[in-house]
Design a protein around this ligand. Sequence first.
Ligand SMILES: Nc1ncnc2c1ncn2[C@@H]1O[C@H](COP(=O)(O)OP(=O)(O)OP(=O)(O)O)[C@@H](O)[C@H]1O
Length: 609
Amino acid sequence: MSVRPSAEADPVLGAAEAAGTPSRTGWRKAWPFLLILAITAAVPLAGNDYWTLIATRAAIYWVLVSGLNLIIGFAGQLAIGYVALLLVGAYTTSVLASGNLGFALPSFAALGAAGAFGAVVGVIVGLPALRLRTFYFAITTLGFATIVTQIALAWQDVTGGGVGIVGPEMPAPFDSRIGFFVLCLAAASLCTWMTLNVAASRHGRALVAVRDADVAAEAVGISKPRLLVSIFLFAGAVAAIAGGLFASLQTYITPDAFTFELSLLFFIAVLIGGRGSVLGPLLGTIILTILPEFAAPLAAWAAFLYAALLLVIVLVVPGGIADLLDVASRRPLPPERAIMPRPAALATLLETPAGKPASEPMVLKGIELSFGALKAVDGVDLVIEPGTVHGLIGPNGSGKTTTLNVVSGYYRPQAGSARIGGCELLAEPPEARARLGIARTFQTPRIVGEASVIENVMIGGTVLGHATLAEALLALPRHRADEVRLREDARLALRAVGLEGLDEVRASRLQHSELRFMEIARALMVRPAFLLLDEPAAGLSTQEIKRLGALVSDVAARGTGVLLVEHHADLIFDICHHVTVLNLGQVLAAGTPAEIRTHKEVVSAYLGA
Ligand SMILES: Nc1ncnc2c1ncn2[C@@H]1O[C@H](COP(=O)(O)OP(=O)(O)OP(=O)(O)O)[C@@H](O)[C@H]1O
């Protein structure tokens, strides 16, 4: 995904392009990359071998950073010690090509083997990220860098220890300075294209969802472990290939070549480039590679220069280079814009093949959940019929959200069952709920602020895509078809909830009420059999609450069972078919709105006189 809504290449731009009519938007988004490619390709024409060497080095670094960018910039995992993968790739290629193991592979075969080995090592380095958060993971990657350096030093027979080993020699025509430069530039271009493809895929969107809205990601069916492992595989492979190229460029490598400063360069290139961008980190890598060359006397101060640059960027442009280039996101939005849901679009969206109206009710029985000594939910029974709106009301702290969290899988109750027909929901992991047709919104909207509105909504359709990460990397037909369909569906969903015209706007620029409707659009992408809404009217104007009510009624009328947690009594009594009242975690009353409105205990405990 291009989480920078306007500044980046999005190789899959919608129906027009899929139909073979390239749109102007494609070229508009691709030109910065083509310009960088043209300028870099022209470097050898200046006849200066030294600058050709620097350009080659920048291309190699970018091969590594392009993969690392998916880990840090997209998935938000702080992998600081990625020089370890460069070292692994450099030594694997050199050792396999040198014959130190008793046989010698051709250089390209050694490079390929290093890529495969790097993929495995990438997963091993990345595994702690599945359990550890932020800095703890960062430290493990640094620890890994130290370990592989020590192995390279100690395993003298194979690696040459401190003395080092000869780097692989590339065959003709890549054995000349220019030939090798062309090879590295081609590898860098390929990596750029592949990461742009991933960025503009359901996998790229899932990565940023995991980074910025992990609970929402889980609710739309994204499996964080599976996603991260596949990204670690890719990043490890390209980093190791970069290592092989690096060893060839250096002609001779020792463990000393893999410094902490190099690791810092990779990490900071992504940070100053900007999160969720490909163009920014590419420019970051180029800048950091050539910066010490412009300040040759300061070469020994490289780490200091990187850190200073990072500080300046963070203070002046917190969003990094990508943010600076994202001019469109600074254009003013119409201040007086109304949310106008369109029932016709809703009908079209919910009738598309992915729609699976519920035929059986969702039945909760005896749900119990305690937090320590506090019984948040204490034996709750609830039946949500398809095609109806079921209101769940009660005083603050009565267990409404907790009940909803049990249904969506966020909490596992200590007792009870939640079934749809023969399917026991509680036996399924949280990310399986979307596939079972359950979608939700949140009390506080969980969104990816840096992504465009339409991309946020497309995140809701992640499980409806079919293309694997490998297909997305290579922009194979299934990936292109996924993107066209998801984008069309997301447009429909946005029309349905009344946010038409805001598709390409960065979500962080929306008003609070718009975010609430955007979350509903994201949930509708699942074509939910059951839709769980957690206080969707909070913070909305009277007019907006009316439109929300009509929208929710429309959704239910098309067969979806809606569980509506809400404090706005008018909305509840206007649109609900059934109402359950909770108090202190228990069902205080259940019935039709008319029965609840006049229920004595409900009036005294919640509604008031
Ligand atoms: N993760 C948690 N850890 C400890 N206590 C919790 C947790 N989540 C909820 N609770 C407690 O459980 C009780 C029920 O909370 P819940 O959020 O379900 O109430 P609610 O009816 O949705 O309230 P509100 O209308 O204010 O959102 C409250 O006392 C709350 O403080």
